[in-house]
Design a protein around this ligand. Structure first.
Ligand code: SF4
Ligand code: SF4
Length: 351
């Protein structure tokens, strides 16, 4: 499990169960959920539509054997049902805010009953943008519920009435892979529900989503030119594990993730000019677009690399990188090339 999330989850669990630190525990839970939700948001912004119905680990054991769309649907259907049918006793967000139409899901259940090819087939039918809006709406609604919960509510239990009520909603399939959920939820008190559907369940599925996304990126990068538009080498990039290259639809470089359209400004600019990379651009030295933004600490190292490619070509550039990585232990090229592109170019040429 991701160490930060695991630590936050552990702290939250300890804080929330004690009366004196209960509110602090709720704050920690909200912090954890914010961090996890950002991951979903980043995946939604940077991955192409087809990523949401691919199943790169089909047949594997574990949450990563599903699709991205299924995972989002499943996490937030469970939370919606538990938060509203069980804890708040009001209408689920899916129905209250009209998401059952906009998400275009053929089911209202948690999806546990789906298996094999039914999962990508189901995922293809979903409107992913609406699905992400649904996820945010559920998360926000749960935060409202959490802000109203008192420490004394944590021990509230659920009996047979709740079992019957949940069965009547039709939100949990009668399939044996799903029906156990109702008994599981009703065997927990409110604290138990906070500890699983509202926190740990998110972590497990979002980690699985990252695994799926990373695998799709690895596949996307196969056979693609390893020199990025800005002049970095994807073969030597510390983001290479989860970025599918700016030359594919899986561009998850740092500037793509912070751009509203999920696209790296350097890639967009090069494509607009019809050039292979910034190394072919006459404005390279003075450019401050995207990765070359002066406040970016890797800007001038990237520029030094683009200038090297312009002078010596991509093959020589990749060979220099191989040699630099044999010689030095570094993650980011600016650790070696520094903050002056002429000096960076000189270092590259000397190696
Ligand atoms: S961040 Fe840039 S250099 Fe790194 S893998 Fe992605 S596109 Fe390539
Ligand atoms: S203007 Fe800047 S970002 Fe655009 S192609 Fe030229 S060097 Fe690259």
């Amino acid at each position: 499990m991701n160490k930060d999330w695991s630590d936050m989850n552990r702290q939250m669990q300890a804080l929330i169960s004690r009366k004196t630190t209960f509110r602090e525990g709720v704050e920690k839970l909200l912090e954890l959920r914010k961090s996890l939700l950002e991951q979903i948001q980043q995946i939604a912004t940077t991955c192409p539509p087809e990523a949401f119905w691919q199943m790169p680990f089909a047949g594997a054991k574990g949450y990563h054997s599903k699709t991205l769309a299924y995972s989002i649907w499943h996490i937030f259907r469970i939370e919606d049902i538990v938060a509203h049918e069980m804890i708040a006793g009001d209408r689920q967000v899916l129905f209250e805010q009209g998401f059952s139409e906009s998400v275009r899901s053929p089911i209202i259940t948690t999806g546990n009953e789906l298996s094999g090819e039914a999962i990508p087939a189901f995922s293809r039918q979903l409107d992913v943008k609406a699905l992400c809006r649904y996820a945010r709406a559920v998360a926000q609604s749960t935060e409202g519920i959490l802000s109203r919960i008192e420490h004394s509510d944590l021990k509230r239990k659920f009996g047979e009435d709740m079992v019957d009520k949940l069965r009547r909603t039709g939100c949990v399939s009668e399939d044996e892979n799903a029906s156990w959920l109702i008994d599981y939820w009703c065997s927990r008190d409110v604290l138990g529900l906070i500890r699983m559907p509202f926190s740990r369940h998110w972590i497990m599925h979002i980690e699985a989503m990252l695994r799926i996304r990373n695998q799709l990126c690895r596949r996307a990068r196969k056979g693609v030119d390893p020199v990025a538009y800005c002049g970095f080498s994807c073969n030597h990039c510390f983001l290479g594990e989860w970025c599918g290259s700016c030359r594919t639809a899986y561009n998850i470089c740092s500037f793509a993730t912070i751009s509203p359209d999920g696209k790296c400004p350097n890639a967009v600019c090069c494509q607009g000019k019809g050039i292979d990379g910034c190394y072919e651009c006459d404005d390279l030295e003075s450019c401050e677009v995207g990765f070359y933004t002066l406040s970016n600490d890797g800007a001038l190292a990237a520029k030094a690399q683009a200038m090297y490619i312009r002078a010596h070509g991509k093959k020589a550039f990749l060979q220099v990188h191989d040699r630099l990585h044999q010689k030095y232990d570094f993650e980011k090229t600016q650790e070696i090339l520094g903050q002056d592109y002429r000096e960076g170019l000189r270092i590259l040429e000397e190696n």
